[in-house]
Design a protein. Structure first.
Length: 453
C-alpha cells in the first residue's frame, strides 16, 4: 500500500510527451496540476509448505485511485481488479495495468499493440501469467490467454466490445544461455450500437438497425477463429454488409519474435514486433519492413545497468515494400490503428498501442499520424545521490496516406529517484519537447511517495 502526491508543472498548459505517454491515462494533460494517488495491493501468498510447494489455489486484488486537480479536475480509477490462481492458470476481472507483446516491458518506448498508454479497459481474462513448461526440464514452454472486455461509450459507437487472445512459445530454460521466443496476439473491437451509423446504407452498410453485431454469439465464432470467414462465409442476415465483406469488427495484432542471450552477468534481448491489420499481410509479407525493433542490454554495473535502443518503422502499411509499390495489396493498406467504423484503436481518447501513433480529437479537429520512423534510447543506472533514467526519442512523422506531411520531433525525459528511508520515496522528472509535431515545451513532475510495508 502506498500514497503519493505529485506536482506537475510546464511552461505551456500541456504536459510534454514523455510525461503523458505509457502512464495508463493517469497523467493530467492540462498543467499545472496537483495529483494525489493511492494504491492498495494484496499479493498471492508466496510462502511454501514443507514440500516446497505453493498453494494450489490462491487469490489477490489491487486498486489504484487517482485525483488530478487542475483547470479540469479528474477522478480516475486506473486499477481495480480481483484475481485468482490455480496452478499455472490465473483468472481476473476488472481494470489492470498490462503490456502485451514480446518486448522488454521495463524499458520499451511503447509496445506496438498494447503499451499501457491508455486507461486499462475493464475485462475478464483467463491466462498463464508466466511461461508454462511442457517437458520435465522446462526447455519448451508456452504462455497463452484469452479475454473479453467492454469499451463503453468511447466513439461514434457505444457499448462495443474487446476480444483478445495470444499464444507465445519459448525454447530454453533458466539455465540456458540462449532463449528463443515467438508468438502472436490477436485483438478486436467489435459489436456495439451507433445512432450516427444507423442510417448509412449502400452495398456494405456498417450496421443492421444501428447494431454492429446484432447476433453477438454468432459473430463471436468469427472472432475466435478469424480465418473461419474464408471457410464459411457469414450469414448476411446476421452480419453487417461491412463485416461480411471484410472481417468482424476492427481486427489487428502483431507477430513477435525474440532472442535472449546471457553471457556471464550480461543479458541481451533482441526482438521484433511485426504489426498486421490484414491477414494477408502476414501470409504475403506485404509490410515486412514495418514494426518495432528492440535491442535491450542489462549490464552488471551500478553507474549504468541498462541500455535499451528501439527503432520503429511504419511507413509501408503494405502499400510499398522496400520502396517499391506492392501490387499484392491491390491498393489497400494496413491502416494501423485507424478504422472506418470504430475510428481508432483507442480508449478514452488515448491510443491503446504505441503512443507515437496519433488519432486524437482536439477542439473538434482530428489529428492523424501513423506513418512514422523513430529512434528511442534509454539509459538507466545509479549515481551517488539517486537512481536515474534517461529516455529520449527522435521521430520523423509522415501523417497518413492521403494526408501526408513531414514533422520532426525530439522528446527527452530525465527521472531521478531517491529512497529517503524505508517508507519515503522521492522522484523528480524533467521532460522536454522540441520540434514541429508537438508544441515545444518543458515540464516537470515532483513526487513524494509514502509506502506502508
Amino acid at each position: 500500500m502506498w500514497l503519493e502526491s505529485s506536482l506537475f508543472l510546464a511552461n505551456e498548459n500541456k504536459a510534454p510527451f514523455w510525461l503523458q505517454a505509457n502512464n495508463y491515462g493517469e497523467t493530467p494533460e492540462t498543467l499545472p496540476s496537483l495529483q494525489l494517488k493511492y494504491s492498495l495491493r494484496n499479493q498471492y501468498d508466496s510462502s511454501r509448505n514443507v514440500l516446497g510447494k505453493l498453494k494450489r489455489v490462491d487469490w489477490a486484488y489491487g486498486t489504484t485511485v487517482v485525483n488530478n486537480f487542475s483547470k479540469k479536475n479528474q477522478f480516475i480509477i486506473s486499477e481495480a481488479y480481483l484475481k485468482a490462481r490455480w496452478k499455472a492458470l490465473e483468472f481476473y476481472v476488472g481494470r489492470r495495468k498490462e503490456i502485451f507483446g514480446l518486448t522488454d516491458t521495463s524499458s520499451t518506448s511503447g509496445s506496438y499493440i498494447w503499451s499501457g498508454n491508455a486507461l486499462p479497459i475493464p475485462k475478464i481474462q483467463l491466462h498463464t501469467p508466466g511461461y508454462v513448461p511442457i517437458d520435465k526440464k522446462g526447455v519448451f514452454s508456452f504462455k497463452a490467454g484469452i479475454s473479453h472486455g467492454w469499451f463503453g461509450k468511447d466513439s461514434v459507437v457505444s457499448s462495443h466490445l474487446l476480444h483478445q487472445k495470444w499464444l507465445y512459445a519459448k525454447i530454453g530454460n533458466n539455465n540456458s544461455k540462449v532463449r528463443l521466443y515467438a508468438g502472436i496476439n490477436h485483438q478486436a473491437m467489435w459489436g456495439g450500437y451507433s445512432e450516427i451509423l444507423k442510417n448509412i446504407s449502400g452495398p456494405y452498410p456498417p450496421t443492421i438497425d444501428g447494431y454492429l453485431a446484432p447476433y453477438p454469439l454468432y459473430s463471436y465464432q468469427y472472432l475466435l477463429i478469424p480465418f473461419l470467414q474464408k471457410i464459411t462465409p457469414p450469414n448476411t442476415q446476421k452480419v453487417t454488409g461491412n463485416d461480411g465483406g471484410n472481417a468482424i469488427g476492427n481486427q489487428l495484432g502483431s507477430v513477435d519474435i525474440g532472442t535472449e542471450i546471457k553471457i556471464h552477468n550480461f543479458k541481451l534481448f533482441i526482438g521484433k514486433q511485426q504489426p498486421y491489420d490484414f491477414g494477408r499481410s502476414i501470409k504475403n509479407l506485404n509490410n515486412i519492413e514495418d514494426g518495432l525493433y528492440t535491442f535491450a542490454l542489462n549490464l552488471p554495473h551500478d553507474n549504468l545497468n541498462k541500455i535499451a535502443f528501439e527503432f520503429f518503422y511504419s511507413k509501408s502499411h503494405g502499400r510499398t515494400r522496400f520502396g517499391k509499390v506492392n501490387k499484392s495489396n491491390s491498393g489497400e493498406v494496413d491502416n494501423y490503428f485507424f478504422h472506418g467504423v470504430y475510428q481508432s484503436w483507442s480508449y478514452k481518447n488515448r491510443i491503446i498501442g504505441n503512443p507515437f501513433i496519433i488519432y486524437k480529437s482536439e477542439n473538434g479537429a482530428i489529428r492523424y499520424n501513423n506513418r512514422i520512423k523513430y529512434f528511442s534510447l534509454l539509459l538507466r543506472g545509479n549515481i551517488k545521490f539517486a537512481n536515474y533514467e534517461i529516455r529520449q526519442a527522435y521521430s520523423l512523422n509522415y501523417g497518413t496516406f492521403g494526408k501526408e506531411f513531414l514533422k520532426k520531433q525530439y522528446s527527452l525525459n530525465l527521472l531521478l529517484q531517491k529512497e529517503l528511508n524505508q517508507n519515503w520515496l522521492l522522484q523528480q522528472v524533467f521532460s522536454l519537447d522540441s520540434g514541429s509535431l508537438y508544441t515545444s515545451s518543458f515540464g516537470s513532475r515532483t513526487s513524494l511517495r509514502y509506502m506502508l510495508k
